[in-house]
Design a binder for this molecule. Structure first.
Ligand code: A1S
Length: 221
């Protein structure tokens, strides 16, 4: 199952979150060679992992064992496309909308890369966002993801032209959230129903993002 972890129930998952920072280091620094993310303590943590950013983690867990995951950050707050990769969104512009959340740090541990957990994590994005009223996720990705996403029924809107980043052709895009896509991902993955587990207190993440967005707009006036 994929556990939904927000600032409201993070206290129930402190150990899992810590372990997942170590796994991210192994995967994104050790395997992918994203050297800028290397840390002496072996934990891959960036500014979007701070509790006040309202990041939502989705961790695929078997018992206590983490086998995959990703995270969603509100685009009305600081986000990677805005702060690091605006050039990748030069055609359609950098998204900033309470109903658009940025998807990042998508991974499956090496021993479980047979496609199954990958599809469950994709189903989790669609299911969670449908539940919450989120209409799109934004993402920075290797261009090889474009056909992969389309194969599983995702409708993808590039935000700009691809560029070479760290030796890979990279693009940013909006991915539509829809019941049709969720159904297709479930069909392809032979996933019978919900993949999400929600423990402890929950809140509407869109309401929270909307409130923050309004307050920021009022402060600018
Ligand atoms: C995340 C962007 C979001 C929008 C989701 O032709 P095939 O079937 O042999 O192709 C293989 C791989 O070559 C290809 N692939 C792997 N990594 C890729 C990448 N970074 N960009 C584009 N294509 C990639 O996917 C096919 C299946 O891969 P796999 O590893 O054998 O199995 P699985 O279970 O589908 O896992 C895929 C992922 C990407 C989750 C896994 O390889 C992983 O965790 N990689 C390290 C972390 C990572 O690169 N995450 C993607 C970040 S952008």
């Amino acid at each position: 199952m994929i556990h939904v972890i927000s600032s409201m129930n993070r206290h129930l998952y402190e150990d899992a979150i810590e372990t997942h920072f170590h796994i991210r280091h192994e995967i994104f620094v050790g395997e992918r060679r994203w050297k800028a993310l290397a840390r002496a303590n072996g934990k891959e943590i960036d500014s979007y992992d701070h509790v006040d950013v309202d990041t939502v983690y989705m961790l695929a867990m078997e018992g206590e064992r983490i086998i995959g995951g990703h995270r969603l950050c509100p685009t009305v707050g600081p986000n990677m496309i805005e702060q690091v990769f605006p050039a990748l969104a030069a055609v359609r512009g950098v998204p900033s909308d309470p109903l658009i959340w940025e998807l990042s740090r998508f991974f499956v541990v090496r021993e479980r890369r047979d496609g199954r957990v990958n599809l469950e994590l994709m189903a989790a994005v669609q299911e969670f966002c449908l539940d919450e009223g989120i209409t799109h996720v934004s993402a920075v990705m290797d261009i090889r993801w474009l056909p992969r996403l389309q194969q599983v029924g995702c409708v993808v809107h590039p935000l700009g032209l691809p560029r070479v980043v760290d030796g890979s052709w990279t693009m940013s895009a909006l991915i539509e959230i829809s019941a049709d896509t969720l159904e297709r991902v479930r069909d392809i993955g032979n996933i019978p129903g919900s993949v999400l587990t929600r423990k402890g207190p929950q809140y509407s993440i869109v309401d929270r993002a909307m409130t923050g967005y309004r307050m920021a707009a009022e402060n600018r006036l």
